[in-house]
Each structure stands twice: as C-alpha cells, then as structure tokens.
Design a protein around this ligand. Structure first.
Ligand code: ASP
Length: 401
C-alpha cells in the first residue's frame, strides 16, 4: 500500500504527523526518536565514500585542466553571486522591519565555548589536509574535497594504463554508493518522523511569540531569495523550468528541512539532481559536494539578519561601513560553515567580533535557531541544486527541466 504513494507524499505525511505527534505526546517522543538517529547515521555513513568517489569520478570525467578551470570558475562565481544576493535581501529586510528594536532581552541564554571558532584564514589553511585519513575519519569536507580534486586531476595526468583502471574503479564505487543511497532514501519518511517529532517536542511556544518579528524577517528574506531570486536566475540565465526542478527536488528539500544538514542531505541531492533533473555525474559530482560545503545562501542571509538583530536589540547603531563589514564577513563565514545543524549559530561570533558587538548576543537568538536552521538549510540545498542545473545547461547538457 505504502509503495503506491510517491515518496515525497510519504515524507510530507510523515512531516505532518511528526509535528502533531511532537505537539500532542511530547513525553513519548523517545519511542520514535531512535528512527531519526538510525536514519542520520545511515546518511552520514554514506557521505565520505560518496563525496570522494563522486568528485574523483567527476574530475576524471571533466578531463583536462582547461575544462576543469572553466567549471570551477562558473561554480564559484554562481556560489558567490547567489550568496551575496541572499545577504543583500536579508540586509534590506532587517533594516526595513527592524525586528530587534524593543526585542525582549529576557530570553537571552548562556552559551558556552563562544570564542572557539576558527578565523577565515585558519579555515582556508585547513583545506589542505595534513593526513587525509584523519580528515576522512573526522568528516572534514573541505579537506576531503580538496584532496579528491587533486587526486582526480592527477589521475588524468598519468599514463592510460594507470588512469583507466583508477577512473573505472571510482566510477564503480560511485555507482555502488548511489545504490546504497537509493536504498537508504526509502526510509526517509520514518527517519524524518523521528527527527521532527523530537524537535517539535523540545520547542517552547512562548519563545516564538516574543521572537516572532525576528523569525518573520528571516523567513520572509529566505522566501524572497528562494522563490524569486534563485528561480529567476535559473530561468533567465539557463532557461530552466524552476517549478519542474522544484518538484524533482522535493525529497532532498524536505530532508534538508528535517535534518538541518546539507551534508547529510547530499546523497539525496545528488540522486535527485542526476536521476530526476538529468544532470550528468560529471557536473553534479563536481558542483554539489562543493555546494553542500561552501555554498550556503540561507546561512549567509541568516548571519546578516541575526547580527543586525542583535545590534538593534542592544541599541547599537551600525554605520554603513560596519554593515559592509557584516556583508563581507557573513559571506566568508558562510563559506567556512560546516553543513551540519546549527553551524551557522556558532560562526555568528566571528561577525560579532568583527564589528565590535558582544559575543553574548548569540544567546538572544539561540532559542529559535534550531527552527530557523531547518528553513535556511532547505534554502542552502535548493541553491546548490539550482547551481547544478544552471551549470549543466551552460555546459550544453540536455536536462529534464
Ligand atoms: N545547518 C546548515 C546546513 O547544514 C548550516 C547552518 O547552520 O546554517 O546547511
């Protein structure tokens, strides 16, 4: 019977029931929470071998340095451009709505380990792994991507007798990992049920009332970026049908929403972009793992709104120069943020110190961060997928969107 209902409907039904379950039986969620843990563990299990094999397979497929350079430039430009547009949308709305003026400071919470974030320079340095096995064990995405790209590129530089078996080997690993992904995807509704029921049970509704204006500002800005800006770019620049692509992406987007992790969602994103929207592995294998790690439009937008909200709540006027610094640091720190739940919250401290705001300000937005994280992660994944179809079109691929 379940098999007859399409997966995205199954997930939607699971989402609705999990919210009801969390609201009605908050003390019973331990009985379903384990399903979420099992699902997340299974996704995390897939990530490292999938990313490694998809990048090596993509880069060996792209072939020469010239093509690789062109693809890299396009990908990076798209990521920078959309993140910047997202931040500007947030900047305009937070200045217009001014959610922080008169905000209730009573909800401020203590947060430990606030100064532990890396600077942007340190993040850059960590791209080079000292020990690739250690990076893989820790799931250090940027380091894994960097090494996989080098490995793939130099595979194309050695004699055919060596490069061919290596390329075939990684193509095969990738295909197998995708099969495992498809198997795990079948359990998405159950996993999502477990995750979301627990989140709902842990929220207190009174916080939503007092933080309502702030939440609306973030959600409105995220909506404008994902419903207007990104579809417009995909339509105008690449002639993509955004609605069709959105439908194709429903499973990964709902998973991103429920897990709040672009990294954990990556296997599903790859599957949908390739199998449904029809992007080649050469393009998606290159664009998507990089996107899940460095392209975070939703996070960048959120950083900007959150920092200005904190400034407004403390009654500190931010000059035009300080706002420019916020835009730049929000962009850089979103690149450095990991694709895991609440990563965006911690990196806000980098921006706060750049403009001289108290780090404790993070405590103000802590209570609603987990919920907003669900929305910004969805936007992060949506932007990655739009980038993949846009770049595939620009490379002359024929897609289903
Ligand atoms: N959870 C987000 C992601 O995985 C990152 C963030 O906290 O903003 O994309």
């Amino acid at each position: 019977m379940l098999k007859k209902i399409q997966l995205h409907w199954q997930i939607l039904i699971a989402l609705i029931f999990s919210i009801l379950f969390g609201l009605i039986f908050p003390d019973k969620v331990i009985y379903v929470g384990w399903m979420g843990d099992v699902f997340l563990r299974a996704l995390k299990m897939i990530i490292v071998p999938l990313i490694f094999s998809s990048i090596v397979s993509a880069v060996t497929g792209i072939g020469n340095a010239e093509n690789l350079g062109r693809m890299g430039l396009k990908t990076f430009s798209y990521y920078l451009m959309t993140s910047l547009l997202a931040i500007i949308t947030g900047l305009i709305l937070v200045n217009f709505i001014q959610p922080g003026i008169g905000a209730d400071l009573g909800f401020q919470r203590q947060l430990d380990g606030l100064s532990n974030t890396d600077s942007f320079g340190q993040t850059l340095m960590k791209i080079i792994p000292v020990n690739i096995i250690d990076s893989m064990a820790k799931g250090d995405m940027l380091a894994i991507i960097f090494f996989a790209m080098l490995f793939g590129f130099f595979t194309t530089r050695v004699d055919k007798k060596y490069s061919e078996p290596i390329a075939t080997f990684f193509d095969a690993v990738f295909e197998i990992m995708m099969k495992i992904t498809m198997f795990v995807i079948r359990f998405t509704p159950l996993g999502i049920f477990g995750i979301v029921a627990v989140i709902v049970a842990e929220q207190s509704l009174s916080v939503f009332v007092s933080m309502g204006k702030y939440m609306i500002t973030v959600l409105l800005a995220l909506t404008i970026h994902s419903v207007i800006t990104l579809p417009l770019i995909s339509r105008v620049i690449a002639g993509v049908n955004p609605l069709k692509h959105l439908k194709n992406m429903s499973v990964p987007l709902m998973t991103a929403f429920s897990t709040s992790s672009s990294s954990a969602t990556l296997p599903l994103t790859l599957e949908a972009v390739e199998k449904k929207s029809g992007v080649s592995n050469k393009t998606s294998g290159f664009v998507l793992p990089m996107g899940a790690t460095i392209n975070m439009d939703g996070t960048a937008l959120y950083e900007c709104v959150a920092v200005l909200f904190i400034a407004q709540a403390y009654g500190m006027e931010m000059s035009a120069m300080q706002q420019i610094i916020i835009v730049i640091t929000a962009l850089l720190s979103s690149i450095g943020a990991a694709g895991i739940p609440m990563a965006g919250l911690v990196i806000i401290t980098v921006i706060l110190s750049a403009v001289g705001l108290p780090l404790e300000g993070v405590g103000l937005i802590l209570a609603v961060d987990r919920i907003l994280d669900m929305f910004r992660t969805t936007v992060n994944v949506w932007s990655d997928s739009c980038g993949a179809v846009l770049i595939a079109k620009s490379e002359g691929e024929t897609l289903n969107v």
